[in-house]
Design a protein around this ligand. Structure first.
Ligand SMILES: NC(=O)C1=CN([C@@H]2O[C@H](COP(=O)(O)OP(=O)(O)OC[C@H]3O[C@@H](n4cnc5c(N)ncnc54)[C@H](O)[C@@H]3O)[C@@H](O)[C@H]2O)C=CC1
Ligand SMILES: O=C(O)C(=O)Cc1ccc(O)cc1
Length: 303
């Protein structure tokens, strides 16, 4: 099957970036879009994120071969229910949600007769909204597809090709495994950033001023991540609860071990842990991933 038209539901960072990337890399593909927020629809029109910004989701998807839901994971069910009875025959319904198990269930429940192939482009920034997108967001990034076991193979191939044409490398994964892996590589790091920046902001006024004044690289990096969209991340934690709690349990144990090593003056133990973690960064660099300028930092404002 050939994807000739794409409808994007949710015209923020991800939706806008997909629209711009299609315009730049797949000029023969037409795009339509819808956002629940009228102001966002206005900005999307002004920024030319899609060929036509529609007043309803039904209009946006009516002739689309591929529909991509780019809304917070907690809104996927509502957004999908709004499309029931409006899809073109044979259309693929996909998404970009950061967690997959609950999204798979929400989409399949809302659209039981549709071809649903969930996806997660592992690419983003701390920015959000219709002015934050950029066409190169997906270049050199992973896009994980979590197709159901009985998925239409032509649809999986078409979606794979679509993401490859936007510059991503595609991998297939089971949704539960996706959620566990992303809990440790993305969700817990965000939780830690929100926590440490929150801890600093709870300090008394004088000290807090000094935190801002003397913030060293590490803290500044955390503030970038902790500036990420609150609604999006609330939804990620509510929707990937089990995997996050599992990984948080392990993290808490490791943090306690670190606390004990410091209390005991166990320098050897600290050296051992810090050397092991250094090797992980080395391995990421050797894989050719851009860790010096964070993944996600493209298009983001340096702080
Ligand atoms: N921000 C990031 O770095 C990344 C985000 N994601 C995922 O992408 C999705 C979108 O995130 P962003 O683009 O960053 O968010 P965003 O906040 O920039 O855009 C989301 C848009 O969805 C709209 N919306 C909400 N409910 C809607 C509904 N029912 N119907 C139509 N529009 C609706 C909002 O008005 C908003 O404009 C989320 O599921 C997130 O987990 C995935 C990878 C990276
Ligand atoms: O900005 C950052 O550091 C990110 O981690 C971006 C990001 C956020 C959510 C995702 O599901 C994937 C990537």
């Amino acid at each position: 099957m050939t994807i000739r038209s794409v409808a994007i539901i949710g015209l923020g960072l991800l939706g806008g970036s997909i629209g711009l990337a299609i315009r730049e890399k797949l000029s023969e593909v037409t795009t339509t879009g819808f956002d629940a927020d009228a102001d966002v629809r206005g900005r999307a029109t002004a920024n030319g994120l899609v060929g036509a910004v529609c007043d309803t989701a039904a209009q946006a998807v009516a002739s689309a071969d591929l529909v991509i839901l780019c809304v917070p994971v907690g809104a996927m069910g509502d957004a999908a229910r709004g499309l029931a009875g409006c899809l073109k025959e044979g259309a693929i319904v996909s998404d970009v949600g950061s967690s997959k198990r609950s999204v798979v269930s929400a989409l399949e429940e809302a659209l039981p007769d549709a071809i649903v192939i969930p996806a997660h482009p592992v690419a983003g920034t701390e920015r959000s909204g219709p002015d934050a997108g950029f066409a190169t967001l997906f270049e050199g990034r992973w896009c994980i597809l979590t197709p159901p076991k009985n998925a239409d193979t032509d649809a999986v191939s078409a979606l794979t090709l679509f993401w490859q044409e936007l510059g991503a490398t595609v991998e297939l994964m089971d949704p539960d495994h996706h959620d566990l892996v992303l809990a440790v590589t993305s969700h817990i790091p965000h939780l830690i950033a929100y926590t440490i920046v929150g801890t600093a902001s709870d300090l008394e006024d004088v000290t807090r001023g000094e935190v801002i004044k003397y913030s060293a690289g590490g803290f500044r990096d955390f503030t970038r991540i902790a500036a990420s969209d609150p609604v999006m991340w609330r939804d990620v934690f509510l929707n990937n609860r089990d995997a996050v709690l599992e990984m948080l349990g392990r993290f808490t144990e490791d943090l306690t071990a670190m606390q004990r090593a410091i209390r005991d003056g166990d320098g050897d133990r600290l050296l051992e842990i810090f050397s092991r973690t250094r090797a992980i960064r080395q391995a990421i660099l050797e894989q050719g991933q851009d860790v010096a300028k964070p993944d996600f930092g493209r298009g983001s404002k340096e702080v």
